[in-house]
Design a protein around this ligand. Structure first.
Ligand SMILES: Nc1ncnc2c1ncn2[C@@H]1O[C@H](COP(=O)(O)OP(=O)(O)OP(=O)(O)O)[C@@H](O)[C@H]1O
Length: 270
């Protein structure tokens, strides 16, 4: 099995010999083929690969939304057999309730979980501050920019404090400048709250900027090609560092070559 990190922390998510096939109008599409991966508690792991390599399929399996055709997917050593509050998911498409204010959107999962009002208010206020939405608490999603709405979606998933947060290209639809701000906020949020984050992206820059470890995948059928440690302190992750730090730039080039090289080879074989 390939561990994403070499830390002492316990494995939280594990994919063991994971394969997945979709049946489409009588033909079989192999999305994932023999994926082995261990994600440890507290890691921020980014998964990058060419379009269609099965990244969303893998995230959906960790979320318990799809069952593997072959192999196993474990949470805390036990097979995942469906969605759970232990694993929250943020999707690319906006997941906010238009008829609820910012505060009520963030509090929604807490209400469902029966968290008492005082505790709910405390957690919502803390998150509003962490994601920079102070002053917008009583606004409705239609009164917010796209970036703000996506912040609300992130905070909604974060609020019930799931140990694992799965994020499937959550910033793909926002403009480049807003994306930078959201990425910086996400790093802060993840480290402040000490969550385990699995972040899917097809952007190599984003994967290296955010991840403690970058999982590079081959083109479809997706396999783990290499796990690249970034080893850059979260407090020093800024876009200035990305632009000037030669070691980070070398990592970006390496991951880019991995993803592109394999992608080109596999495309040619098809
Ligand atoms: N529900 C489905 N039915 C049939 N085929 C599917 C289904 N979902 C995904 N696929 C196929 O499985 C492969 C992997 O899809 P998946 O969405 O997991 O990849 P991805 O790496 O997340 O892609 P992208 O980066 O473009 O979002 C693709 O070829 C896709 O067309």
């Amino acid at each position: 099995m390939v561990p994403a990190s070499d830390s002492e922390h316990k494995p939280l998510l594990e994919a063991i010999g994971l394969s997945h096939h979709y049946e489409v109008r009588g033909s079989t599409v192999t999305a994932l083929d023999d994926v082995n991966l261990t994600i440890r508690e507290g890691d921020f792991v980014t998964i990058v690969g060419p379009s269609g390599c099965g990244k969303s399929t893998l995230a959906s399996m960790f979320a318990g939304l799809i069952k593997p055709s072959r192999g196993q997917v474990l949470y805390d050593g036990k097979p995942i057999d469906g969605p759970s509050r232990e694993r929250g998911m943020v999707f690319q498409e906006l997941a906010v309730l238009p008829w609820r204010t910012v505060t009520d959107n963030i509090a929604h999962g807490l209400q469902i979980a029966g968290v008492p009002k005082a505790e709910r208010n405390r957690r919502v206020a803390e998150l509003v501050k962490l994601i920079g939405l102070e002053g917008f608490e009583s606004k409705y999603p239609r009164e917010l920019s796209g970036g703000m709405r996506q912040r609300v979606a992130v905070a909604r998933t974060w609020a019930p404090e799931p140990p694992v947060i799965l994020m499937d290209e959550p910033f793909a639809a926002v403009d480049a400048i807003t994306r930078l701000t959201l990425q910086e906020e996400l790093i802060r949020l993840a480290k402040t709250t000490q969550r385990t984050v699995v972040f899917i992206t097809h952007s190599v820059d984003e994967a290296v900027f955010l991840g403690d470890y970058v999982v590079a995948m081959t083109a479809r059928p997706g396999r783990v090609l290499e796990i690249v440690p970034v080893n850059h302190p979260p407090g020093q992750r800024t876009w200035e560092a990305m632009a000037t730090d030669t070691r980070l730039q070398e990592i970006v080039s390496h991951v880019f070559e991995l993803v592109r090289g394999r992608a080109a080879g596999t495309q040619a074989e098809r």
